[in-house]
Design a protein around this ligand. Structure first.
Ligand code: ME8
Length: 521
């Protein structure tokens, strides 16, 4: 154990392997990655988990369509999600697959615990099931389409009638305790609109939940009754404790559980905020501290779907715009929690006006002036004027400003807070006009450039979670030592006389094809 370091355990949903990863998957994991990096830089002992959800009818069907045995299929498709994590520069500490032995052991241990405590009983199920959502629906949650199909109102997924022997989880018995848990933990579901949605769903009454299936076999066998496999959501949710070491409740489990945050899309709120805390409380395990449900992306105004054929592939975006601009865009464009629309026009505007013009140009101007006029060294400085202080202080206090915003998952506000400083620095350069001071007052020019170099250092530090490569590049150009890049090192000011490398751009402009001068390329 690493002593007294505060821990922070956060998770992404584990993604179904029936599909190739798309922008929505990248988005959730990106938000977690930024949080994980922020917390590590802020001195926390972080555990960041992601992975793949590989059991259930939906995956079994997809394997069948691909003409492969489920295990062969899931081995192949799970790798796509690992590749995505690498391509997006995600810093996850673990990648869990629900087909792993550690997970099967964990699910079966949880099952035994629930059975022992009387919260699981054998019965039979007759009702509606949507394979696409892997969810049971009550009659009142369904509607009929124009062509006579029965679909879930919430998701539009088609349902089928299922009748089979089934184990049930006594969810109905947990209604009051769930409501008491929400009441006692005001931050356990965010944003507030989602919290209200969950509370009103639970208030409306809960029915016992079918937690096993017998009509197919791709799942975790129920202990001592292998004709049943566990309902895929009971299996999937359990991943969060498996990765913390369950059923061993010492070591990592004692250190990291309860999780600080489950990040999810709004589509899977009920599973995480109703079923999951009920399963855990029923097994005598503490529920997670917080679930944040973010919004959904559409593509140029349209719902993203395989059948429409408008899936946005993260790899194609990265290839076109570069990784860090894509990471920046996704968290800057839309208030985190709300739905958002992806458009190439918006991507290019953010990339060019904010990254290239505001921050990229600032760094380029300052670093090349230092290179040319301050002997390629961190400049010397005199006492700071009030204007220098008014520039420096908010920059050096950015981490304090960002902490509560990151804890609230308000990534867009965090970036806006950083940009307040970026814009102030551009204004400061214009007003101080260091190029003009070169002849009239070179010592003052040095001080101004020193202030700006310090501001760039602060910006480089706080941009690390969002745009890790570009931030590292900026800090390299300021010769900030690797051990001086944590947030605790914000007070380690640049030392005058330190040699600096030759400047290079950090955020290139995006030039649209066809926008080049005629004859170019
Ligand atoms: O639900 N916009 O897996 P899944 C934003 N296996 N986010 C999106 C999105 C979009 N258009 N589309 C998908 C499952 N997502 C289960 C989870 S967890 C114990 C089991 C993201 O592959 C969003 O995070 O269908 C959503 O919750 C998740 O992908 C669903 O991924």
């Amino acid at each position: 154990m690493s002593g007294s370091k505060r821990t922070y355990y956060l998770t992404t949903p584990i993604y179904y392997v029936n599909d190739a990863p798309h922008i929505g998957h990248a988005y959730t994991s990106l938000a977690c990655d930024v949080l994980a990096r922020f917390k590590r830089l802020d001195g926390f002992d972080v555990k960041f988990l992601t992975g793949t959800d590989e059991h259930g009818q939906k995956v079994e069907k997809a394997a069948g369509m691909a003409g492969l045995a489920p295990k062969t299929f899931t081995d192949k498709v799970s790798q796509n999600f690992r590749d995505l994590a690498k391509a997006m520069n995600f810093s996850n500490d673990d990648f869990i697959r629900t087909t792993e032995p550690r997970h099967i052991r964990s699910c079966q241990a949880l099952w035994r615990e629930l059975l022992k405590r009387g919260d699981i009983y054998l019965g039979s199920y007759a009702g509606w099931y949507a394979v696409r959502d892997e969810a049971f629906y009550a009659e009142s949650e369904l509607t009929q389409t124009a062509d006579g199909k029965r679909v879930a109102i919430a998701s539009g997924a088609e349902v089928e009638w299922v009748e089979e022997p089934s184990y049930f989880f006594r969810l109905s018995a947990w209604q009051d305790r769930l409501l008491a848990y929400y009441e006692a933990n005001p931050d356990c579901i965010a944003p507030t609109s989602r919290r209200n949605e969950v509370i009103s769903f639970v208030r409306s009454g809960l029915q016992d939940l079918s937690v096993s299936r017998t009509t197919f076999s791709w799942g975790v066998p129920v202990p001592d009754d292998p004709a049943h496999i566990m309902y895929v959501w009971l299996d999937a949710l359990t991943n969060y404790i498996t990765a913390a070491g369950y059923p061993d409740t010492e070591g990592d489990f004692a250190r990291y559980w309860p999780a600080d945050l489950h990040m999810v899309g709004k589509d899977i709120l009920r599973f995480h905020c109703v079923y999951w805390p009920a399963f855990l409380m029923a097994a005598g395990i503490a529920p997670p501290k917080r679930v944040f449900a973010h919004g959904w992306w559409t593509n140029e105004g349209q719902k993203i779907s395989k059948s429409v054929g408008n899936i946005i592939e993260p790899l194609a975006l990265i290839e076109r715009y570069g990784l860090d601009p894509v990471r920046y865009f996704l968290l800057r464009e839309v208030p985190f929690g709300a739905d958002g629309d992806f458009s190439h026009k918006a991507m290019i505007t953010r990339m060019n006006s904010e990254l290239a013009n505001d921050l990229g140009n600032l760094a380029q101007r300052v670093l090349s002036m230092i290179n040319k006029n301050a002997a390629a060294q961190v400049p010397a400085h005199d006492a700071f004027t009030d204007e220098d202080r008014a520039m420096l202080d908010p920059a050096l206090r950015l981490v304090e400003r960002l902490r509560p915003l990151i804890d609230a998952q308000a990534f867009h506000e965090a970036l806006e807070a950083i940009w307040v400083v970026v814009r102030a620095a551009n204004g400061y350069v214009d007003r101080q006009a260091p190029w003009a001071l070169k002849k009239t007052d070179p010592a003052r020019m040095d001080t101004v450039l020193y202030v700006l170099a310090e501001v760039l250092r602060a910006l480089g530090l706080v941009m690390q979670p969002f745009t890790p490569d570009a931030a590292a590049n900026l800090l390299d150009q300021l010769a900030v030592a690797p051990e001086a890049r944590s947030f605790a090192a914000i007070g380690r000011a640049l030392i005058s006389g330190q040699a600096l490398p030759k400047p290079q751009g950090i955020f290139p402009r995006f030039i649209e094809e066809g926008a080049e001068p005629a004859g170019a390329a």
